[in-house]
Design a protein around this ligand. Structure first.
Ligand code: SF4
Ligand code: SF4
Length: 450
C-alpha cells in the first residue's frame, strides 16, 4: 500500500542568506540546506509547494512530512499530556529565605529577612518521602532559589544529605541546581555541591566589572564582580559534569560593556559555562526610575546581536537556543508535578510572591508532611488553556508544540484565560540560524583539531 504524505503543519521553512533553514517545531529536527545543494533545494521547493509525492529524499520526508491521515494536533497533545502528567517525575523550587547580600538596582523582591523554619525543612523532607511512597518516584530535582539561597547553605546541606541517603536506598534518580548571585560559592562549598549531585547553576553577571558592579553591588555598594569571577575560576578547575548558565540582564549600557565578560569567559572558563541573555525590565523594584531599559523591539534585536557576539567567540547561548525546542517554552508553573515552596512553607505554582498574586498562586501546603493542594487551583495552571479545551488561537498556531499556550500560566489565570505569546518567536529564524552557525563552527573546530 502506498502511504500518502503531507507537509507537517509544524514544518517551517526560512530563507537565509546562503540557503534555507527547515525546522519542525514538533519533533525539533532542524536542517540547513545550502543554496549550492541544487537537488536538496529542489526537494525543499517541493516541500514548500506541497508536491510531497515528488520529494525523493527520504530524510526530508521522515523529518518534515507526516502521514496524510494523521491529526497532528491531537497526536501532539496526546504526547504532551502523557509526558507531562507523569507523577513519577517531581520537580521543586525551594526558596529557603527572602534575604540577599546584594542590592541589585533592578531587584523587585522585598527582602523581609524571612527564612525557612527548621520545622518546615523537616516537613519538606517528610513530604518528598511520602510522595515517593505514594507515586514511586523515578526522577527528582530541586532548584534552590531565593533571595540568595547560599545564605541558607546549612539548610541546603541538611536537605541534600537527608534526601541523598534516602534516594540512594530507594533507587531514585535525582539531581539539584541553584540560581545564585555566585558571590558565596567559595571553594569549600563548590566542592560540597559538585560532589553531591548539583549539576546546574544559574549565576547573573551583568557585563564586565564596570557595569556589573554598578548594577549588582553588595549591600552597601562594595563591588562583587571579582568575587564571582574568582569562584567561577575555581569551579572550572573541578573535573565534574555540570552546566553554569551565566545570565546577563542587559540594557544599552550593559550591551556596550559585554566584551570584557566575553573575553573572561572565552579565555578563562570552558564549555561548561554558557550564556543566557535577558533584557532588563522595570520589574516593580524601588529603583525603577533610576535605570534605562530597551523597548521591546530594540531589546529583541539587541539580544540577537549579543547572541551573535557570543557565537563568534564559541560561547554557547544555551538557554536562548533551547527556547525553541519542543515543550521548552512551557513555564515550570504550567508543569503538573512542579511546585515552588517558599520560605513561608506555602506551596505555589509560580515563584512570584505577592499578596494579590498569592490568591491564585498559593495552591496548597506541605505543613503536614505531605503535598496537599487544591485540585481546582492546580488544574487552572497545568491544563493548557486552563480547562478542558485549548484556546482556538493556540490550536491553529505553529508554535503550539513549543509553548502549548503555557508560556506564562500565572498571567493566563490572572487575566481570565488570556494567554501571553512569547515575544521572541518573531526572531526564531534568526536565532535558529545562529544556532546552526554555532554547531557548524564547533564541528569544523573538531575536524581541524583531529
Ligand atoms: S500562546 Fe501564543 S505562541 Fe503559544 S501556542 Fe498559543 S497562540 Fe501560539
Ligand atoms: S510569572 Fe509567568 S512565566 Fe514567570 S514563573 Fe510565573 S507563571 Fe512562569
Amino acid at each position: 500500500m502506498v502511504i500518502s504524505m503531507k507537509k507537517s503543519r509544524y514544518t517551517v521553512i526560512f530563507d537565509v542568506e546562503d540557503g534555507c533553514l527547515v525546522y519542525n517545531t514538533c519533533n525539533g529536527v532542524q536542517a540547513f540546506i545550502p543554496s549550492s545543494e541544487f537537488n536538496l533545494m529542489q526537494n525543499i521547493d517541493r516541500l514548500r509547494n506541497g508536491q510531497i509525492d515528488r520529494i525523493d529524499n527520504e530524510t526530508i520526508l521522515q523529518a518534515f512530512c507526516v502521514n496524510d491521515e494523521v491529526d497532528e494536533i491531537a497526536e501532539f497533545m496526546a504526547k504532551y499530556y502523557s509526558e507531562s502528567f507523569d507523577p513519577t517525575n517531581l520537580n521543586l523550587i525551594i526558596m529557603p529565605n527572602n534575604m540577599c547580600n546584594f542590592e541589585c538596582i533592578y531587584c523587585f523582591q522585598d527582602h523581609d529577612k524571612k527564612h525557612i523554619s527548621d520545622q518546615m525543612v523537616e516537613n519538606i523532607i517528610a513530604a518528598v518521602k511520602d510522595y515517593h511512597y505514594k507515586h514511586g518516584l523515578k526522577q527528582f530535582y530541586i532548584e534552590w532559589f531565593g533571595g540568595e539561597p547560599m545564605l541558607s547553605f546549612s539548610v541546603i546541606q541538611y536537605v541534600t544529605n537527608e534526601l541523598n541517603a534516602f534516594f540512594d536506598k530507594q533507587g531514585v534518580n535525582y539531581h539539584y541546581g541553584m540560581t545564585t548571585n555566585g558571590s558565596l560559592l567559595t571553594s569549600e562549598k563548590i566542592d560540597y555541591l559538585l560532589a553531591n549531585r548539583f549539576d546546574f547553576f544559574q549565576i547573573t553577571v551583568d557585563g564586565g566589572p564596570q557595569t556589573h558592579n554598578h548594577y549588582r553591588p553588595y549591600v552597601g555598594g562594595r563591588p562583587s564582580w571579582e568575587d564571582i569571577a574568582n569562584n567561577l575560576r575555581y569551579m572550572k578547575t573541578i573535573i565534574a559534569d555540570y552546566n553554569v548558565t551565566i545570565r546577563v540582564n542587559f540594557n544599552d549600557e550593559i550591551f556596550e560593556d559585554l566584551n570584557s565578560l566575553l573575553d573572561f569567559i572565552s579565555s578563562e572558563l570552558d564549555k561548561r559555562f554558557t550564556l543566557f541573555f535577558h533584557g532588563i525590565g522595570k520589574w516593580g523594584g524601588k529603583n525603577d526610575d533610576n535605570f534605562d531599559i530597551l523597548n521591546e523591539n530594540v531589546e529583541a534585536l539587541t539580544r540577537l546581536l549579543l547572541i551573535r557576539d557570543s557565537v563568534e567567540r564559541r560561547i554557547l547561548p544555551k538557554l536562548n537556543f533551547d527556547f525553541f525546542d519542543p515543550m521548552n517554552r512551557v513555564c515550570y508553573a504550567g508543569r503538573p508535578y512542579h511546585f515552588v515552596i517558599g520560605s513561608d512553607g506555602k506551596l505555589r505554582k509560580c515563584s512570584e510572591e505577592t499578596e494579590e498574586g498569592d490568591t491564585i498562586n498559593v495552591i496548597g501546603t506541605v505543613e503536614n508532611g505531605q503535598f496537599e493542594f487544591d485540585r481546582a487551583k492546580w488544574s487552572a495552571f497545568v491544563l493548557p488553556g486552563g480547562g478542558a479545551t485549548l484556546h482556538q488561537q493556540c490550536i491553529q498556531c505553529i508554535h503550539l508544540p513549543i509553548c502549548c499556550g503555557q508560556a506564562c500560566p500565572k498571567n493566563r489565570v490572572k487575566n481570565g484565560g488570556k494567554y501571553d505569546c512569547p515575544t521572541d518567536f518573531s526572531l526564531m529564524s534568526e536565532i535558529l540560524y545562529e544556532k546552526y552557525k554555532f554547531m557548524s563552527a564547533l564541528y569544523n573546530d573538531i575536524k581541524t583539531s583531529l
